[in-house]
Design a protein around this ligand. Structure first.
Ligand code: NAP
Length: 282
C-alpha cells in the first residue's frame, strides 16, 4: 500500500502559492484567525495554520475572545475584522460557544474573505460548481491529495462517510464536479461496510477512531482518511485502521501526516487567491 503523504502535496501547493505571491508586487496577504475560547482542537489548528502561513510567506494574526463573550459583542468585533482592509481572509474556528449566533456570522462574513467556505454564498458556489467562491479547505484538500498523486477521479465510485457541511456535503459536490459517481453515508446508512467496500475511492470523515478496517475496504481501493481522533490510549488516529488495511488498499493517507497538512496548504492558497481577487488580478 502506498502512503499518500500530506507533506508532498503541501509542497506542490507551496509552489503554486509562491507563483501567486509573485503577482502581488511584494504585498503580503494577511490571514485573520478568529477564535473564541481555548479549545485544545482550536489551539492545535491555529498553531498549524500560523506555521503554514509563515512557511508559505504569508501573514497570520490571531483575534482571540473569551469563551463567555456575548453574541452582540462578538458580532461587533467580527464586523470590524470583516471590514478591515488590512485583513485579506478570515478563518473562523468552530464550533462557536452556544450563546453566539453562529448563523449570523456565516451570513455576514464577506464571501471574498471567506477562505473556509462557511457563508451561504460560498456554499452556493460549491453547489453550482463554479470557480467564484472558496470551498471548505478540508473538502478541497481531499481532491488535492488525489490529483497530486495522479489518482483519476472521473467515472470512479466514490463513497464518503460523513455528511457534515464542513467536509462530507461539500466534498460530494467537488467529487461530482470531477465526474465521480458519489455515495454519501451517515449514521442511518444500512450496510455501511458493504457500501464502503464497493468504493474505488473511500473517504472517511465521520470522526470515529478507527471505525473502518479491512472489512470496509475493497481490493485496490484508494482510502482518504479525514478523521482526526484521539484513541483510548490518547494517541492521534484517523477514522480508518491504517495497519489493518495495508493488504487491501492500493493507497491511503496516514493520520497524522495526511489530509491535515494539505488542509492548511489549501487555506494558504485561498488566502493568496483572495488577495489577487481583491486586487482584480485573479
Ligand atoms: P461531524 O460534523 O461530527 O460529522 C460527522 C459525520 O459522520 C456525520 O454526518 C455523521 O452522521 C457521520 N458519522 C458519525 N459516526 C458515524 C458512523 N458510525 N457511521 C456512519 N456515519 C457516521 O464531523 P466533521 O466536522 O465533518 O469532521 C469529521 C472528522 O474530520 C473529525 O474527525 C474531524 O476532526 C475531522 N476533520 C479533519 C480536518 C482536517 O483538516 N483533516 C478538518 C475538519 C475536520 P450523521 O449526519 O447521521 O450524524
Amino acid at each position: 500500500m502506498i502512503a499518500l503523504k500530506g507533506a508532498e502535496v503541501s509542497a506542490k501547493i507551496k509552489e503554486q502559492v509562491q507563483k501567486k505571491l509573485e503577482r502581488l508586487d511584494g504585498r503580503v496577504p494577511r490571514l485573520a484567525i478568529v477564535r473564541v475560547g481555548e479549545r485544545p482542537d482550536d489551539l492545535s489548528y491555529e498553531r498549524g495554520a500560523i506555521k503554514k502561513m509563515k512557511a508559505f510567506g504569508l501573514d497570520a494574526q490571531v483575534y482571540a475572545y473569551p469563551e463567555t463573550i456575548g453574541s452582540e459583542e462578538f458580532l461587533a468585533a467580527f464586523a470590524q475584522i470583516n471590514a478591515d482592509p488590512a485583513v485579506t481572509g478570515i478563518l473562523l474556528l468552530r464550533p462557536l460557544p452556544a450563546q453566539i449566533d453562529g448563523k449570523a456570522v456565516e451570513r455576514r462574513i464577506d464571501p471574498d474573505k471567506d477562505l473556509d467556505g462557511i457563508s451561504p454564498v460560498s456554499i452556493a458556489h460549491v453547489f453550482a460548481a463554479d470557480e467564484d467562491g472558496f470551498a471548505p479547505c478540508t473538502a478541497e484538500a481531499v481532491i488535492e491529495v488525489l490529483k497530486a498523486y495522479d489518482i483519476p477521479i472521473s467515472g470512479k465510485r466514490v463513497t464518503i462517510v460523513g455528511r457534515s457541511l464542513v467536509v462530507g456535503k461539500p466534498l460530494a459536490m467537488l467529487m461530482l464536479k470531477e465526474n465521480a459517481t458519489v455515495t454519501v453515508c451517515h449514521t442511518r446508512t444500512r450496510d455501511l461496510e458493504e457500501t464502503c467496500r464497493n468504493a474505488e475511492i473511500l473517504v472517511a470523515a465521520a470522526g470515529r477512531a478507527r471505525m473502518l478496517d479491512e472489512r470496509s475496504v475493497g481490493n485496490g481501493a484508494v482510502v482518504i482518511d479525514v478523521g482526526i481522533n484521539v484513541d483510548a490510549e490518547g494517541r492521534l488516529c484517523g477514522d480508518v485502521d491504517y495497519e489493518r488495511i495495508q493488504e487491501r488498499a492500493a493507497a491511503a493517507t496516514p493520520v497524522p501526516g495526511g489530509v491535515g497538512a494539505v488542509t492548511t496548504a489549501v487555506l494558504a492558497r485561498h488566502l493568496a487567491d483572495a488577495a489577487l481577487r481583491q486586487e482584480g488580478r485573479a
